[in-house]
Design a protein around this ligand. Structure first.
Ligand code: CTP
Length: 410
């Protein structure tokens, strides 16, 4: 769901150190440049044993720098220039040895020298460790990583899984797409730091029998974009999702459910432990009163089956009615008279904010147009009244909600 321009205008120094995960760095450079970043690759001597500077130059479109004695720099100070030009230095892969060197402030080759010489207040250092699981869990490495964080570095991962050595465990470098998502998130303003958000997303599925059911066209895209944007903004996020085919945003806790009742049971008991509840799910209003235990067979000559429906619990209204309720945000998918219908819904459910959108113009689409409605005002997103991709809208919505929380609880 990343937009091609997510890193437009950003200049990234990508440092490679010795590790088999260097093969992933090739793909990472491609993703960075596709996202609009310019990339300057710096490699240690050990990194060049795993992947050639030729490959990295071809993919980044810039000569790779490997030595502090590189005479191409007019002032012959590559280690100074690199850090002054960069919006961030990303080390991927970062070996155990290189992390130890950073902790000691070593400066006897170009990459560690560049990290040491960077202006720390405006050039952050992000480190993606890559090593065998025993090396990762060793107290020396854990001590070094903790110290690196104290010194201001951000650690990306590592991941868990199969390792090049044949073992399985923690220490793998994150996949290129995961690194990209983390880097994009890093650059977002942390307007929801310390907040806990609970979000529902997707449709629900109400079974008629073991193979059939009642559902709707909700794709979950808006709710998943909100979960991602909330996480990017620094919040702790729980996402309760109906049956959808959406990847879980990085760092988001996801609980899958099928029916409205299951969604209710997953949400209500934990609602009070959250600061904000955003109900984007398209919850089925009704369910079959009796779901058949076995598949209903079409037997020749028999009557067409009929179903009695019963009403599902209203999750949003239930959460809004709790004592010590979180700040509740509803969604209203209407087909006409958006402002009027949505505000009526807001008052009926006793919530402070509702986000209106036109149902047929949002289901399954990557873009949308929102109307933020409270008791006294309404405001379009995007502000020009046009359309925008759902992640952009979700980020703007998070900014808006952060301001409202600030106003309620300064
Ligand atoms: N919602 C919910 N639980 C339900 C039904 C709805 O939490 N059982 C939430 C939705 O996630 C959404 C908001 O309530 O945030 C609006 O739901 P909607 O179904 O549009 O409201 P209704 O009151 O059913 O209105 P309508 O007459 O349009 O169906």
């Amino acid at each position: 769901m990343s937009e091609p321009s997510e890193l437009q205008g950003k200049h990234i120094v990508l440092g490679l150190t010795g590790g088999i995960a260097c093969y992933k760095s090739a793909e990472f450079v491609r993703l960075l440049t596709k996202a609009g970043a310019t990339v300057q690759v710096v490699m240690t001597e050990a990194a060049a044993s795993f992947i050639t500077p030729v490959t990295m130059q071809a993919l980044s479109g810039r000569p790779v720098v490997t030595s502090q004695w590189d005479a191409r720099e007019p002032n012959n100070m590559a280690h100074i220039n690199l850090g002054r030009e960069a919006d961030a230095i990303v080390l991927a892969p970062a070996s155990a040895d290189f992390i130890a060197r950073l902790v000691q402030g070593r400066a006897d080759e170009l990459l560690s020298l560049t990290c040491l010489a960077r202006p720390r207040e405006r050039c952050p250092l992000l480190v993606a460790p890559a090593m065998n699981r025993e090396m990762w869990s060793h107290p020396a490495t854990q001590r070094n990583v903790a110290q690196l964080q104290v010194d201001g570095a951000v650690i990306l991962g590592p991941g868990c899984g199969d390792q090049a050595c044949g073992e399985v465990g923690d220490g793998r470098m994150l996949e290129p797409a995961e690194l990209l998502e983390d880097l994009i998130a890093f650059f977002q303003p942390k307007v929801l730091a310390g907040k806990r958000l609970l979000i529902t997303a997707g449709p629900t599925f109400e079974p008629i029998d073991p193979v059939r059911g009642i559902t709707n066209h909700s794709s979950g895209k808006m709710g998943f974009a909100i979960a991602r944007a909330a996480r990017e903004a620094g919040a702790e996020v729980t996402l309760v999702a109906g049956p959808v085919h959406q990847p879980t945003p990085r760092g988001v806790r996801r609980q899958n459910v099928m029916t409205a009742q299951q969604m209710f049971d997953a949400v209500v008991p934990q609602a009070q432990q959250h600061d904000v509840f955003i109900a984007t799910a398209a919850v089925a209003d009704w369910r079959p009163a009796n779901s058949a235990e076995h598949k209903i067979k079409k037997e020749g000559g028999k009557d067409v089956p009929t179903f009695e429906l019963t009403e599902n619990p209203d999750i949003l209204a239930a959460v809004a009615g709790l004592s010590d309720a979180p700040y509740c945000v509803g969604f209203a998918a209407e087909s006409e008279r958006l402002l009027e219908h949505a505000r009526a819904k807001m008052l009926r459910k006793r919530i402070p904010l509702i986000v209106g959108n036109l149902g047929p113009a949002t289901f399954g689409r990557d873009d949308n147009a929102l109307l933020l409605i409270d008791a006294t005002s309404d405001r379009a997103l995007p502000p020009d009244g046009g359309r925008a991709d759902k992640l952009t809208l979700a980020r703007a919505l998070m900014q808006d909600i952060a301001q409202r929380l600030q106003a309620v609880n300064p």
